[in-house]
Design a protein around this ligand. Sequence first.
Ligand SMILES: Nc1nc2c(ncn2[C@@H]2O[C@H](COP(=O)(O)OP(=O)(O)OP(=O)(O)O)[C@@H](O)[C@H]2O)c(=O)[nH]1
Ligand SMILES: [Mg+2]
Length: 464
Amino acid sequence: MLPVIALIGRPNVGKSTLFNRLTRSRDALVADYPGLTRDRKYGFGKLGPIPYLAIDTGGVAGGEEGVDEVTVDQTIRALQEADAAIIMVDGRSGLTAADEHVAELARRHAKKTWLVVNKAEGLDADVANSEFHALGLGEPIAVSAAHGDRIGALMDDVLSSFASPEAGSDDGADDDRELRIAVIGRPNVGKSTLVNRMLGEERLVVFAEPGTTRDSVAVPFERNDRKYVLIDTAGIRRKARVHEVIEKFSIIKALQAIEQAEVVIAVLDAQEGVTEQDVSLLGLVMERGRALVVVANKWDGLSAEQRRKVRDDLERRLPFLDFAERITISALHGTAVGDLLPAVERAFKAAMRDMSTAELTRELEAAVIAHAPPLVRGRRIKLRYAHQGGRNPPVIVIHGNQTDKLPEAFRRYLINRFRKAFKLKGTPVRLAFKKGKNPFAGRRNTLTPRQERKRKRLMKRVKK
Ligand SMILES: Nc1nc2c(ncn2[C@@H]2O[C@H](COP(=O)(O)OP(=O)(O)OP(=O)(O)O)[C@@H](O)[C@H]2O)c(=O)[nH]1
Ligand SMILES: [Mg+2]
């Protein structure tokens, strides 16, 4: 499980600014895809020693301004879902009644707290901090979220109190290892019905056990000599009323499941269409780089007209998911449920694909010949060679000149070329760009084709 960090504070102290910094993809591998919501409250982060999940909250007003009950409720819920809270105050405007109110919420609901004095750039840390000792939340830490000052040190401190997740589990390279599949989606889209269908009726009893909000149920099973684990994020069934599924939607729970799985099955309700929450959840799957199968459930009972509309909706609202297979099913009747595991296997295989430097570079060259990159101030952007920088998801590292000027449309063109050439259906693909003449100097196993040929020649000579 990733540690969950909630950011709380009164309005305008800089919570969202810090959240954006904490969840920004470090290497800017995630491109700006059209249709993808940028405005997030939940996100994966990796600034510091271990990865984590961050929650942004609305500002809690207090004192003279009066209390907004909805925001307070949401803040309390965030604190309950989180393992630690960063309480933010504003070092320029000083201590306010609202800060006291926020501190009180933190004392009551947070498991661990860090008091952070923001907007401290250019201020003496001791002076900025002095009046906030009164909040009784320990030694304040002066930072600047906007400038990034001391954010690294803050996260080192916050995260050092949590154990690092098991190393090496991300790759999933081991063939014997079970394939972990997370089933996610909004409440009532039919996740439990689907999971039961996939497992067979006899496993139903598993789901009668209550859990907590944070827990998902992990169910191992075997099919065709292959081991799987289904991670079901569906809600809790109270024993008293087994027939009624009481499902409390938690994005954090979904994110934890995405983190633990190699492949995600995202379930939508075809009768409801694609909702805002679906889009933002799917965006998070993509941002995390997980292989994905999109399932439109409740396909039964839709007219031809309605079906066309849902198909349109999927294209129009989820253009950033054009890489994923879409399967229409009826979990209730079992229609097409058998297509899911093969699709999951295809997506996983694509996510784990190995691509040689020679093949990648050949495809890059062909792409550039078919469609030349643009000129920037009279100089053509040069893309020279490519090699694989990771898998699950596949990362393709491209070396050249002025690569930071490459337009988004061209990046997408390249991704589509690689996708076709290497059959990367079902997985996000990431491009990383490197500038400079000889980035491979002194490194092993990352030679360009030309360097590789030279190395082989040299090796032959050495052997003689
Ligand atoms: N000088 C300075 N300004 C900052 C810093 N961090 C944020 N700001 C500014 O403070 C303002 C509020 O920032 P937000 O991140 O939106 O604050 P928030 O806490 O999310 O606000 P609410 O969501 O409305 O509660 C913006 O104008 C930011 O640019 C900082 O470190 N230094
Ligand atoms: Mg905000």
